[in-house]
Design a protein around this ligand. Structure first.
Ligand SMILES: Cc1cc2nc3c(=O)[nH]c(=O)nc-3n(C[C@H](O)[C@H](O)[C@H](O)COP(=O)(O)O)c2cc1C
Ligand code: SF4
Length: 371
């Protein structure tokens, strides 16, 4: 029996199988963050392709947190009708879709941002501009921005919400001792660095109600000297159920600084797949919550093994679904055993109006990354 194609429930969210499309910034929105028709078409391709749950590319909850140009917005009620169209398009095809909500913090490099904000002032070579320390009022504004973005997910008809707490964006900046040097109630100890996440989760739950599925994508360790350690990440995982979270997707890495830790290149053997497995194993020891694992899955056999061993309940894919949005269907029909993705990271959008696309060379039909 295939575990990969058995149904699963995350709170009240039911998925037809265990395959998740991990959040992927599509860069298919106009300058106000309104989704373009290309985004709706992409979600239709994914839904038709059989993935159990689509997590959208990160959407900015506040103008000050717009991570990059062409990012989808969820910062205003005025956007709800456009977002509702995306939800409807997926539902009409029998799919499930959950927006990922985000604030870029120091990694807000959209043209509209003159001065990025962060838990503490920071100037690093990986940042295009130095960021200044947030005021108490800005912190409260950001918390409420997440809460109202979550409410908009519900009002637009999405199946839940995912709070982006990974890859060096604002919430993971608060968690990280490498970035958060505050000595007030928002920093100084691991518990105080966790406070921003706690307040976001609590404000989100207040807005969406008890039964709405609230997921989180958590960077369990930063992978940089002086950053969030695995031990601290484990403590955060242990606290998630108490924060009202229904399911956790495990990732790692501090974004721009070490992007290839999170979006790893050169996955040329099965041994290199599932590269955050050790994080999920630790997460499993800490929580009974449903666990989604992302990072380097390419072979069906590796996905089935991770599920069979009980390390994760679902597996999520980003690049394989950029390359082949119908990969789940191909797996299910037995037409393929491996993604053709070469993990060379040629999928980032190049310039305005282009959007993500698979640009690695694939000469032969059915070509796989390795045999
Ligand atoms: C083009 C691109 C855009 C991405 N955008 C997001 C995003 O919006 N939110 C997020 O949490 N991760 C994002 N990621 C990271 C992926 O979700 C995923 O964690 C990572 O690529 C590893 O999975 P993979 O080996 O299946 O690609 C992005 C990755 C790529 C390649
Ligand atoms: S461009 Fe390369 S890394 Fe990106 S999805 Fe295509 S094959 Fe994979």
């Amino acid at each position: 029996m295939s575990l990969l194609f058995s149904p699963f429930s995350i709170g009240s969210l039911q998925t037809a199988n265990r395959l998740v499309r991990s959040a992927t910034a599509e860069r298919m929105a106009d300058q106000d963050g309104r989704p373009l028709p290309t985004l709706e078409a992409l979600y239709e391709d994914l839904a038709e392709g059989g993935v159990g749950l689509i997590i959208t590319g990160h959407m900015y909850v506040h103008a000050a947190g717009k991570a990059h140009d062409e990012m989808t917005g969820i910062y205003d009620d005025d956007l709800i009708p456009d977002l509702a169209r995306l939800a409807r398009a997926v539902h009409d095809l029998g799919g499930r879709v959950v927006p990922q909500i985000n604030h870029g913090g120091m990694n807000s490099v959209a043209e509209s941002i003159s001065e990025p904000i962060a838990p503490s002032a920071i100037d690093q070579p990986f940042l295009p501009r130095p960021a200044r320390e947030m005021t108490g009022t800005e912190i409260e504004t950001a918390i409420q921005a997440f809460a109202h973005a979550a409410r908009r997910c519900r009002e637009a008809g999405f199946d839940g919400v995912q709070i982006h707490t990974a890859h060096g964006y604002l919430i993971s900046q608060f968690l990280s001792p490498f970035v958060n040097k505050r000595t007030d109630e928002w920093g100084g100890t691991a518990e105080k660095r966790m406070r921003f996440l706690r307040e976001v989760c609590s404000a989100v739950r207040d807005q969406v109600g008890a039964d709405y599925p609230v997921l989180i994508k958590l960077g369990m360790e930063d992978g940089v000297d002086g950053g969030l350690s695995l031990g601290e990440g484990a403590e955060i995982v242990a606290a998630l159920e108490g924060m009202g979270i229904d399911g956790v997707e495990i990732s790692g890495g501090l974004g721009g600084m070490n992007k290839t830790l999170n979006v790893r290149k050169g996955i040329k053997s099965e041994a290199k797949e599932a590269y955050f497995l050790h994080l999920a194993q630790e997460a499993r020891r800490q929580t009974d919550l449903p666990i989604i694992l992302v990072g380097g899955f390419r072979s069906r056999s590796v996905m089935e093994k991770v599920l069979a061993e009980g390390v994760a309940d679902l597996v999520s894919l980003c690049r394989p679904l950029i390359s082949e949005p119908d990969l789940p269907r191909q797996f299910e029909l037995g037409l393929k055993e491996k993604s053709r993705c070469l993990s060379a990271n040629n999928c980032w959008a190049e310039g305005p109006g282009v959007g993500i696309a698979c640009k690695c060379p694939h000469d032969r039909v059915g070509e796989t990354a390795f045999s």
